[in-house]
Design a protein around this ligand. Structure first.
Ligand code: CP3
Length: 344
């Protein structure tokens, strides 16, 4: 059976425009909070394929999205490369011993050996393949090497990225050494997600906008394209989605073999269509905070539909859904995407 989401990723005509939401499995759902409480912690939940499978499926049943995104986190990758990870309440993710020098990079587990430690992710995917309805696609994912490196070097979320940028501008070779090592792990990790059953993969570059243009292409985009091209060469039937957040000013320079470009909420959809719409299917891009108002949600969905015309498009938010969004508003967004695209 063909999956409407996969067809849409390849730019094929579909009966309506599919929709999913970044971070759709999460704290805005009381059902998620219940399973997380049973698991004891967020990381326990990631490590438990049965529970991770359950929360992956929740948004399909509750809000009606067209695709499931594997429940896990981008930071399990550096964690399995040997970095001690903790999610601290109110603070977010923390690596207690961030990367400081070349010896720290050399000490990290690399390549397939690191990817092999993420068996709980592949087990979750295998379980999901049994549980998901046949017409729903399963999205696997990774963080971009740059976004992962920001956490590995800073030890936690940062507003200034000063430790990362110090490395970029004072010792670029060392930064490249770290990024290349992470890239090798991610290639194997994505490949193993595909072999376990992921139908589509997305690369999240959440902190793309921290870099000036030249640095962005040298330290981030290059590695994302290397991963995408490795996967497209071996698995051409698996769509690859790139999501570099906040780089609307750099669209003229986007290149590479992938299928879908994720447009963030700060980039006008019409601009993305003009610059990239012929080459790539576009995904996005409602400002997630519009979910606080049903009217503002409807207005935005209608505007996006007007720009894209139901062609070469996947509806999504322009970044992740926030924890205090009412569930009924999230459902309203999904329903409106289906309504406007079925009426086209
Ligand atoms: O539904 C889905 O999208 C799948 C699950 C998913 C999570 N994290 C679960 C999660 C995905 C795809 C991610 C990706 C992720 N993780 C990114 C890239 C996407 C983005 O939003 O930019 C980033 C930067 C991270 C790192 C991360 N994980 C942070 C900064 C935090 C804390 C901040 C926050 O949102 O609370 C997390 C924790 C996290 N990852 C939660 C969830 C559901 C919240 C943990 C909890 O339940 O308390």
């Amino acid at each position: 059976m063909s999956k409407i989401f996969v067809d849409a990723c390849f730019g094929k005509e579909t009966p309506y425009t599919p929709v999913w939401m970044m971070r759709q499995a999460g704290r805005y759902l009381p059902e998620y909070m219940k399973v997380r409480a049973e698991a004891g912690s967020f990381l326990n939940l990631c490590h438990d394929p049965k529970k991770a499978c359950e929360v992956t499926i929740q948004p399909l049943d509750i809000v009606g999205v067209d695709a499931a995104i594997l429940f896990s986190d981008i930071l399990v990758i550096p964690h399995e490369m040997g970095m001690d990870l903790e999610f601290i309440k109110g603070e977010g993710p923390v690596f207690h011993k961030p990367i400081k020098d070349e010896a720290d990079i050399d000490a990290l587990l690399g390549g397939e050996e690191a990817a092999d430690k993420l068996t709980y992710v592949y087990d979750t995917i295998k379980l999901l393949k049994q549980e998901l309805p046949e017409d729903k696609a399963l999205i696997g994912f990774t963080g971009a090497p740059w976004t992962l490196a920001t956490y590995m070097i800073e030890g936690k979320g940062t507003k200034t990225y000063n430790l990362c940028k110090k490395l970029i501008y004072s010792n670029p070779e060392l930064m490249h050494k770290l990024l290349a090592k992470v890239t090798q792990v991610v290639k194997h990790y994505m490949e193993k997600q595909i072999l376990a059953g992921a139908d589509v993969v997305q690369i999240f570059d959440s902190w793309a906008a921290a870099l000036e243009k030249q640095a962005y292409f040298e330290f981030s985009w290059k590695y994302m394209v290397e991963i995408a091209e490795y996967l497209k060469e071996k698995y051409p039937h698996i769509p690859v989605i790139m999501f570099p957040k906040g780089i609307g000013q750099y669209l003229d320079d986007i290149y590479g073999n992938f299928d879908v470009f994720g447009v963030d909420w700060s980039t006008p959809m019409a601009l993305a269509k003009e610059k990239l719409g012929d080459k790539y299917v576009l995904q996005g891009n409602m400002e997630p905070c519009r979910l606080y108002s049903k009217e503002k949600t409807t207005a935005c969905v209608e505007k996006i539909q007007e720009v894209m015309g139901g062609k070469r498009h996947i509806f999504n938010l322009g970044h992740g859904i926030l924890p205090d969004v009412p569930v009924e508003n999230a459902k309203h967004f999904v329903d409106e995407c289906h309504r406007v695209s079925k009426a086209k």
